[in-house]
Design a protein around this ligand. Structure first.
Ligand code: 7RM
Length: 647
């Protein structure tokens, strides 16, 4: 059996940073990037001390890094407060009156909060938390829509040293209950309801169901958002707006140790039991501050929009903490991209003059499917930089994003990272690193990434393998909450002292990284190990295809056969001849070995709320099994039912 993941898809297009962009950029050339990168790897203490020095510390750290595999302490001995760095630190100068948050609700309601106003709201709500006996170190569940109060609640927790755990507004009562039990939370912050595609999601009702029968929760604070009828449990539930009547706007920030827990964010492990990824204060803040600044090449006047939901790590690092730590205006939008019509994003970009757009390939592929006419209605000329995150971006989607959204003038930063890494790890720097469609390019400062074989030896150029990180980095997870053994085993045991990402990748001759998908999803067809993303990209490069998901099905002869689930573009009708054409298309672009044995047309693919295709479920569907695993992260359950019915 071949040990390495084979790679067949070759992408030759290269885009150099445009002169006009380079002029104002923070990092202006590949040479400058390489110099800084070298320093960050050989002298990480020096590099990170300089970055950390741009933030406000109540007490300076004693050592930048203490590393006892696999437990890191960054900036040990230091004390700081996250809300001070995101808010108070910007109040001394003109940033005070700059918009911190520009927000639009799905129904079209709008709010703008300056740094000064946000600071006041955070202080008042932090006093509400204290009034409700929430203390430093207590765990607090935040189950809110993407509204300013989500950011306010998060920042208020940090102000008093409470540890938040945000749960996606799309998750069910069971998911909330599991997470409460796992972290022993004492309070829930929620809303009566939230909007999604015009309907009201009954958030408070879900919380009531989660708490039914008793949990560790003593207090539920309810924000009035949708005005739907809810039950108030006397002695347990209080209204956010009523509580505010009892507090003032003075709330001294609690400086915490650099390694004090900041938040726990649950990701669905493949086993079904959610993993609470634990992030701490100093290293995380330095990591997101620094990546935000360099990757998005921030300027004071920027309006920056990351479309992620607040319940995803991207919402934590790059909707709330990263922008605010940098004094950047962050735009938040509550709803769906196609509500009320598929031009909602473009409408928002035009209206607010958005300069930086950071979104996910799943959204980009949906826009392609809905058609270019929706973009053409709007002026997108304010955009100067585009970002992508969450999945490998297919070269065709990348080109469309560049041409149609970016008007051919905006660099694209394809950013690879994970909930566990806390911050962006592999990414172009837009003024320095030439981009190639589909590649996340080169590692960020301080990230010692490599591709290795099953024995842990680095593979040569264009050979696929496992993506690992060989050195600790500031924003790394510190543990799985309450389960150090699982943390050690899952991330650090395969190759001792090295962090296993779980992703497959290859590097090309320029050292660029190409992520080929999760290692668990790699197919083994007659001894050939094929990454799913390449076959999917080959399918997506066919003009009829909108989206594709490829999985393996056990096969007696070949080990696995290739099954492709395909959705087509709006105007296309599906047929047997299209299937044949698609198989040939993959044959031409990759090779006969990758030709799907079966192609199934689907109306939609099962996805998580963050837009990742749930291949695990598709594998079960492909092999005719009933789907048994955890489906709580599935965005739309009916998708799965339809897929199985199409048997
Ligand atoms: C930020 C986030 C992590 C997994 C990761 C990859 C995949 C994310 C990219 C990507 C290719 C990218 N956190 N992934 N970004 N794959 N190119 N730019 O997504 O914890 O929810 O997911 O997502 O497989 O391991 S996450």
């Amino acid at each position: 059996m071949a040990e390495n993941i084979e790679s067949h898809l070759v992408e030759k297009r290269v885009f150099k940073p445009a002169k006009g962009f380079v002029k104002g950029a923070r990092v202006k050339s590949l040479e400058q990037y390489r110099r800084m990168y070298r320093e960050s790897i050989t002298r990480p203490d020096k590099f990170w001390a300089r970055e950390a020095g741009e933030l406000v510390w109540e007490r300076r750290w004693k050592s930048v890094l203490k590393w006892k595999v696999p437990f890191a302490q960054w900036f040990a001995g230091g004390k700081l407060n996250v809300s001070v760095n995101c808010l108070d630190r910007h109040l001394g100068g003109p940033t005070r009156n700059k918009a911190a948050i520009l927000w639009e609700g799905e129904p079209g309601d709008k709010r703008a909060l300056t740094f000064q106003q946000l600071h006041r709201d955070v202080c008042r709500f932090a006093n509400v938390l204290k009034r409700n006996k929430i203390r430093k170190g207590d765990r607090v569940i935040i189950y809110l829509p993407t509204i300013p109060e989500a950011a306010i609640a998060m920042l208020a927790c940090t102000r008093i040293g409470a540890v938040h755990s945000v749960v996606f507004g799309g998750f069910s009562a069971d998911s909330i209950r599991d997470r409460i039990a796992d972290c022993g939370a004492v309070a829930v912050i929620t809303a009566d309801g939230g909007y999604r595609r015009g309907a009201i999601v009954p958030l408070k009702k879900n919380v009531d169901d989660a708490l039914h029968g008793g949990t560790s929760i003593k207090r539920v604070i309810v924000f009035r958002r949708a005005g739907n009828d809810i039950h108030i449990e006397e002695g347990r539930d209080v209204w956010w707006h009523r509580e505010l009547e009892y507090v003032d706007a003075h709330c001294p920030a609690v400086a915490v140790d650099s390694e004090h827990p900041l938040y726990i964010l649950y990701t669905s492990g493949s086993t079904g039991k959610p993993k609470g990824i634990l992030h701490t204060t100093g290293g995380y803040l330095v990591g997101i501050y620094s990546t935000m600044k360099y990757v998005f090449d921030l300027r004071d006047e920027d309006v920056y929009w990351c479309t992620a939901d607040i319940g995803w790590v991207t919402g934590h690092s790059y909707v709330v903490y990263g922008p605010l730590a940098n004094g950047t205006t962050t735009l938040m939008y509550e709803g769906a991209p196609n509500w009320p019509e598929p031009d909602r994003f473009w409408r928002i970009i035009e209206e607010y003059g958005v300069n930086i757009l950071y979104t996910a390939p799943t959204a980009i592929r949906a826009f392609i499917r809905w058609g270019d006419q929706w973009l053409k209605k709007h002026d997108l000329s304010s955009l100067r930089l585009l970002g992508s995150v969450g999945e490998p971006i297919n070269p065709e989607a990348w080109m469309w994003y560049r041409d149609k959204v970016g008007g051919g003038r905006c660099p694209i930063v394809d950013t690879w990272w994970q909930t566990e890494t806390g911050a962006i790890m592999i990414t172009p720097l837009p003024g320095a690193i030439p981009t190639k469609p589909g590649s996340a390019t080169l590692p960020f400062f301080g990230v010692d990434a490599a591709v290795v074989d099953e024995k842990g030896n680095e593979v040569s150029a264009n050979v696929g393998g496992r993506l690992i990180i060989r050195q600790p980095w500031p924003s790394m997870l510190r543990s799985i909450y309450g389960d150090k053994e699982r943390y050690k085993k899952q991330y650090w045991s395969e190759f001792k002292g090295r962090y296993l990402t779980g992703d497959g990748a290859r590097r090309d001759k320029d050292g660029y990284f190409w992520i080929v998908g999760r290692i668990d999803d790699v197919l083994n067809v007659a001894g050939h190990r094929l990454g799913t993303s390449e076959i999917e990209s080959a399918l997506v490069s066919h003009p009829s295809v909108a989206e594709a998901a490829v999985v393996g099905r056990p096969d007696e002869l070949k080990g696995q056969s290739v099954v492709a689930f395909v959705t087509v573009k709006g105007s296309v009708t599906v047929s047997t001849s299209l299937k044949t054409e698609l198989r040939e298309h993959v044959g031409i672009h990759i090779g006969a070995i990758a030709k799907p044995d079966e192609i199934r047309f689907a109306e939609a693919l099962p996805k998580t709320r963050s837009g990742k295709i749930m291949r695990r479920l598709l594998k079960e569907v492909a092999s005719g099994k009933t789907v048994t695993g955890d489906t709580t992260t599935l965005e739309d359950l009916s998708v799965l039912a339809k897929l199985s019915a199409e048997e």
